[in-house]
Ligand binder design. Sequence first.
Ligand code: SAM
Length: 231
Amino acid sequence: MRTYQRTSAMTVTVTIVALLALVFIGWRLASRRQSLPCPVWLRWLVELDNPFTKTNRALEILSHLDLHPGMSVLDMGCGPGRLTLPAAAQVGSEGLVLAVDIQAGMLSRVKEKEKAARAGLNTIQTLQAGAGDGKLGNSRFDRALLVTVLGEIPDCETALRELYTALKPGGLLSVTEVIFDPHFQRQTTVRNIAQRCGFREQALFGNRIAYTLLFRKQPGIPEDPATRQNL
Ligand SMILES: C[S@@+](CC[C@H](N)C(=O)[O-])C[C@H]1O[C@@H](n2cnc3c(N)ncnc32)[C@H](O)[C@@H]1O
């Protein structure tokens, strides 16, 4: 009887793992053809800091950004606000965190959490928009975050150009990618796009399968790529 119970428990576990692996592979293949945003019903999963990847933990990512009270931070593809809230706590009530996401369901969770934590004190603003939509303005932010988002954006280059323009001269862009994400982007891909948009690489944290790349918008360099090329 006990052997039977053990065997059926093992069968159920193996079936669940196999199903999850199939979903992951299917999603990964589908996302190569079409950019699919992470569904809102999965936001509970995005909200958790992955125990296996230190590189992708919210406080680890923020620790590389030298955040100070009063700074302005852009959290592009903020999801349910895993980084938005700790960033808001670090920039304080004189700072600003603009949480941008293409899905309203993600932003409503950010607002819920801000209300529950009472951490924001008007520090957090939300904006429903797609990356590259041109709604961010010029030279507004000290820091920009792009955490496991790039692969979901249909036109990454337009999106990074927008972030370049939205950052203040000398501002930092932090791009984090982890292999567990079905939309994982390799370092070379990220570097190539960032460089074409004018960013200078500043630092690399982590390894090939879980990393944060830090880029700087150079002070005193023209925003327009055509002018930059003629320098
Ligand atoms: C995997 S989640 C990551 C959320 C958050 N950055 C984090 O690390 O916890 C990706 C998020 O990017 C958003 N997203 C996808 N495509 C987008 C786009 N084109 N513009 C802005 N946000 C987008 C999704 O709605 C989703 O909330």
